[in-house]
Ligand binder design. Structure first.
Ligand SMILES: Cc1ncc(COP(=O)(O)O)c(C=O)c1O
Length: 426
């Protein structure tokens, strides 16, 4: 039996080289074209010529099967726009998952609205629709499902609830480019509005960037206006109809996205093929279970590869030790979000004093101290039970993918040594 690399044995592999983002001459040439044209801004063009930003918006809307796309400066900016466009106001409540990135809720806090955290399903890591109804109050305005890791939330159940209680739905598809259901409905195109991120780590990237998607023309016009200092599509340049921002995307970002978009379909297919290979090779490994995928979904971006870790099946090898041993074998992995969102310091620092905008028209704030009791699955997910592998590992060749599984099995075969090293020394 091979000795674990953690204890001086030969690692399964040295490491994975940097493989992200994938790029080539196309990206370089498109950027050069923008530089040489001098048209660095989406409004550098005469009206009948499409800017690169506008071309990207059309292409991405078609790709994601949604009527309108508005390119913006980041996924977080896209969320801010959705919150404003849907009229979410101070004191309103919005139901979401605690197992996500802070931007899903900072857009609410920035508008003095309350995120209301509903626990995740431990198998899917998605907001559990069975728990959502109980969290709805007369102040609830919207639901923000997050298509975490590229696996889509249970949109059918959530949309039913939204219709029943007249709630808006913002899909946080920051991690879910390409994701769609068997029936053709796509991430970002099912709720009232959706958002995507094009930040460096995302499956479609230009370093920083984002998009708002919607099939509602009025909301698309509003989003257009909010991104553009409150101007109106057919209005006069110096007429500002609402307070907005400059959240536009530059032509450089759009040039990169247009070339990256051409790569996305085949990258997603590679990710899906290699994901199936890893799962086949890991089939039967005790104590490590892949996150359950949404059965209604056909295209999976696999932005992350998530496993649930059951230390008790490994004789209580703590996750930290497991991950260290895996890393020593040359497989980069992490424990994921370290705390559910409601434990972030920001929730302790919110101002709920009588004059705070949070308290407009309400007697009591949402009590974030109680969330730990109502979200045991999110608590467990963040406390030594989750393994994240970056989905970009799936872009390597199958021979490399095999080494991932090999390392997991090597750890299993050597678990006694991991345990041995785990015992407190006398
Ligand atoms: C789930 C989720 N929502 C929103 C965002 C925010 O996107 P951005 O970093 O482009 O602002 C991210 C980014 O990591 C994310 O993972």
């Amino acid at each position: 039996m091979n000795k674990l690399a953690l204890f001086g044995g030969k690692p399964v592999r040295k490491s994975f080289p940097q493989n992200w983002p994938e790029f080539g001459q196309d990206e370089e040439e498109s950027l050069r074209e923008v530089v040489r044209s001098g048209k660095w801004w989406m409004y550098s063009y005469v009206p009948e010529t499409l800017s690169r930003v506008a071309k990207f918006e059309r292409k991405f809307a078609r790709f994601q099967r949604v009527k309108h796309c508005l390119a913006v400066s980041s996924g977080s900016a896209a969320l801010e726009i959705c919150v404003r466009a849907l009229g979410i106001k101070p004191g309103d409540e919005v139901i979401t998952t605690p197992y996500t990135f802070i931007a899903t809720v900072s857009c609410l806090l920035n508008h003095y609205a309350f995120p209301v955290f509903v626990d995740i399903d431990p198998a899917t890591y998605q907001i559990d629709p069975r728990r959502v109804e109980a969290a709805i109050t007369e102040r609830t305005k919207a639901i923000i499902p997050v298509h975490f890791g590229g696996n889509m939330a249970d949109m059918d159940s959530l949309m039913l609830l939204a219709r029943k209680y007249n709630l808006k739905v913002i899909e946080d598809a920051a991690q879910a480019h390409s994701a769609c259901y068997h029936d053709g409905r796509s991430a970002g195109g099912i709720g009232d509005m959706g958002i995507f991120s094009f930040q460096w780590s995302k499956n479609l990237t230009c370093g920083e960037g984002g998009a708002v998607t919607t099939s509602d023309e009025r909301l698309a016009d509003l989003a257009w206006s909010l991104r553009h200092y409150g101007r109106e599509r057919n209005g006069i340049w110096y007429q500002h109809y609402r307070s907005g921002w400059n959240l536009r995307m530059s032509e450089f970002q759009a040039a990169v996205l247009l070339t990256q978009l051409k790569r996305l379909k085949s990258q997603t297919l590679r990710r899906m093929r290699n994901y199936r290979l890893v799962m086949k090779l890991l089939d039967g490994l005790p104590g490590v279970k892949p996150m359950a995928l949404n059965p209604a979904q056909k295209v999976f971006p696999h932005h992350l590869v998530i496993f649930r870790y059951f230390p008790e099946e490994w004789g209580n090898v703590p996750l930290e030790k497991f991950l260290k041993a895996l890393e020593a074998e040359g497989i980069p992995a992490g424990p994921g979000y370290p705390i559910p969102l409601y434990r972030q310091p920001v929730f302790r620092n919110l101002d709920f004093s009588r004059t705070s905008p949070f308290m407009i028209g309400r007697k009591k704030p949402v009590n974030y101290q109680e969330c730990a009791d109502s979200c045991p699955n999110a608590e467990a997910a963040c406390a030594g039970h989750t393994i994240w592998l970056a989905g970009r590992l799936l872009l390597f060749e199958p021979k490399d993918i095999r080494t991932v599984a090999e390392a997991f099995w090597k750890l299993w075969e050597n678990r006694a040594h991991l345990l041995e090293q785990n015992k407190p020394s006398r």
